[in-house]
Design a protein around this ligand. Structure first.
Ligand code: PRT
Ligand code: MG
Length: 213
């Protein structure tokens, strides 16, 4: 395709990307929250959006099914970033990756006495690296969502999850006991597409960069 295909997930990334797209003169023709279309046109005949699951965005861009995409650092760390150029931190969809435990669970003490912790998470790679760097022994349990439930029903001692307002932890009698890293979304670019279609892609990248500042 000679135009530009941009992969986006609906929800917070789509919402927070709208102003960036506007800065590049791109206005979507449909709202993915109400439309069932997976390919959405824009005011520019040479630009289309593909609506994908957040964790699938790097895959679409890696294989060139999309030229550009926007993905959380959490997702990129799990994916590994192969074949992707990551020129910009867009500073959107911000939150933090943290370790959380039930209120009353003495995490520090468990770590100090060298207990083997069961940790439930969607972010296996990031969690593995974090605990390995600290020298904490963990059994990682892979989940695909609602990590907060795991410690409440005895599936895990702790979770590694994203926290933004903290309301989800609070509502489930959990607390963050360790920050792992701040998270925001990045622009990702297919490396081959950037070479082949630079005259088309670079102005969009530049407009995004301008809008971030
Ligand atoms: O589609 P799928 O469910 O697989 O993906 P997803 O849930 O990761 O997608 P989406 O659209 O919810 O998130 C897309 C990206 O937004 C993530 O990859 C993060 O980079 C970023 N982001 C920013 C967040 C949050 N903030 C966030 N708070 N992603 C998820 N959450 C969840 C968190 O996992 C927890 O369950 O919100 C809950 C906590 O929020 P608070 O406000 O109660 O603390
Ligand atoms: Mg979600």
């Amino acid at each position: 395709m000679t135009g530009i295909t941009i992969a986006l997930s609906k929800g917070r990334i789509f919402e927070e990307t709208l102003p960036l797209l506007a800065a590049a003169g791109i206005v979507p023709s449909d709202d993915p929250e109400t439309s069932r279309k997976l390919i959405i046109g824009t005011n520019r005949p040479d630009v289309r959006l593909v609506i994908v699951r957040a964790s699938d965005t790097p895959t679409y861009v890696q294989y060139g099914a999309a030229d550009l995409g926007i993905a959380g650092k959490d997702v990129l760390l799990e994916h590994g970033g192969d074949g992707l150029y990551q020129p910009l931190d867009l500073k959107i969809a911000r939150c933090r990756m943290a370790v959380a435990v039930p209120n009353g669970f003495d995490y520090e003490q468990a770590v100090q006495r060298g207990a083997r912790l069961r940790v439930a998470t969607k972010y296996i790679q990031t969690a593995r690296e974090h605990f390995a760097a600290k020298g904490v022994h963990v059994d990682l349990i892979k989940l695909y969502g609602s990590m907060e439930l795991a410690p409440l029903v005895g599936l895990a001692d702790a979770i590694v999850d994203l926290v933004s307002s903290g309301n989800t932890l609070k509502a489930n009698n959990l607390q963050a006991v360790e920050d792992i890293m701040p998270i925001s979304s990045r622009l990702i670019v297919n490396q081959a597409a950037l070479k082949m279609k630079r005259e088309l892609l670079q102005p969009v990248i530049d407009a995004f960069a301008g809008a971030v500042r």
